[in-house]
Design a protein around this ligand. Structure first.
Ligand SMILES: [Zn+2]
Length: 389
């Protein structure tokens, strides 16, 4: 049986050992070694990665008590040098110990048990037995848990018998019945857990609660510890820095600047609406004056659909006309009439649109359609103009 170095010390990152077993499984090549510090998947903690004689370790699994190391290929010699991807392992230790501490303080401060723990590449979460968690409680929890980090409480782990375990105030009853591994945070909790942990709460570093989210009747807390929390802070600072440059102001002034900018946008929009209305009135007069028969048609380079519809409404209200517009940039066509012409705009579109790869429809009074290309829109526009004049 392999000696599990990660239980002797979680800080072993390099060691020498011997391969005792090589096996080919369906999904790859695996090694068993005399001693290993590679932690397999388990207890919510992902496996370690690293190198065996400089050959990358791709996965570590525990099968019937054996630790199997999936490797790219077998090393040439039986005697091998091993090295953990320490950044990955330390990140797992910071988050696993961070989770124990957070869950313990959450139980104390929010009276909420932890239901599950997820540690992934992108985020770490716990689900807690609460249907909501107001922001002020979240902040209180964050302060309390960080207080315990700064107290630098010892974290130890040891094996006890079933009888000894029964005498301890364990967070949860363990699934295993003998050789129960206990992770103790001094003065905080006893937890039956087989994971790898830091040796004092100070090593966890800052525990940052990012947000709380409702999740099927309970709350999910997103958190980051140690280096991940630092990275999060740096990413946030980078965004703030860019905004600072963009708005040419100190970061404390950015929100005021955005509020002001919002106000200016609203003002500009209002002014634009007035100009548009004036322009429409002028254009309506011009189109009415220039019309031949009852059809008014016009090609716009780029007029939004909404604006074409408004102008068409205005024209059909003012005179007994049929209005046909196209906007080539938007690839949209609008057809409208005041109700006296006997034309059913929607039905007309339904009948002919497919021939021009157009999609749309509408009522008897007004219809609109979109086309795949500007050419299709123009072709339909010419066809409709021909048919309706
Ligand atoms: Zn654990």
């Amino acid at each position: 049986m392999t000696k599990k170095l990660y239980y002797e010390s979680t800080h072993i990152r390099e060691w020498e050992t011997r391969i005792i077993h090589k096996l080919e499984r369906e999904d790859g090549t695996y090694l068993v070694m005399e001693e290993t510090a590679f932690y397999p998947h388990g207890g919510g903690q992902p496996c370690d990665l690293g190198w065996i004689d400089k050959i990358p370790v791709l996965d570590v699994v525990q099968v019937e008590g054996e630790i199997l190391h999936k490797v790219e290929r077998f090393p040439e010699k039986e005697e091998v040098g091993c090295r953990l991807d320490w950044n990955r392992r330390f990140d797992h230790m910071q988050h696993h110990s961070g989770q124990h501490l957070l869950s313990a303080i959450c139980l104390e401060v929010c009276q909420a048990e932890t239901l599950s723990f997820h540690l992934g590449q992108d985020y770490a979460t716990i689900d807690i037995a609460r249907s909501d968690l107001p922001q002020d409680q979240l902040m209180m929890l964050e302060l309390e848990v960080n207080d315990q980090v700064y107290l630098n409480r010892k974290i130890t782990n040891y094996v006890v018998s079933r009888e000894q375990a029964a005498a301890l105030p364990l967070v949860k009853q363990p699934k295993v019945t003998d050789d129960i591994r206990i992770v103790e945070i001094e003065g905080i909790e006893y937890n039956a857990c087989g994971g790898t942990h830091v040796s004092a709460t100070g090593e966890i570093g800052m525990i940052k609660l990012l947000r709380a989210e409702k999740q099927k009747g309970h709350m999910r807390l997103y958190f980051k510890c140690g280096y991940r929390a630092l990275k999060e802070f740096n990413a946030g600072m980078e965004i703030l820095g860019s905004l600072s440059v963009r708005f040419n102001t100190a970061k404390e002034e950015i929100l005021d600047r955005i509020a002001k900018w919002d106000q200016e946008q609203k003002q500009l929009q209002a002014e634009l609406n007035v100009v548009k209305a004036e322009n429409d009135a002028y254009l309506a007069g011009k189109l009415l004056a220039e019309r031949q028969g009852s059809l008014i048609k016009h090609v716009f380079a780029d007029k939004p659909l909404k604006d074409m519809q408004n102008l068409a409404d205005k024209l059909t209200e003012e005179a007994e006309v049929i209005v046909l517009f196209v906007s080539t940039a938007d690839q949209k066509v609008v057809l409208a009439q005041g109700g006296q012409s006997g034309l059913a705009c929607g039905a007309f579109f339904k009948q002919y649109l497919a021939d021009y790869r157009g999609k749309g429809g509408g009522s008897d009074k007004i219809a609109q359609a979109g086309f795949a290309t500007g050419e299709d829109a123009m072709a339909f526009y010419h066809f409709a103009a021909q048919s309706l004049s």
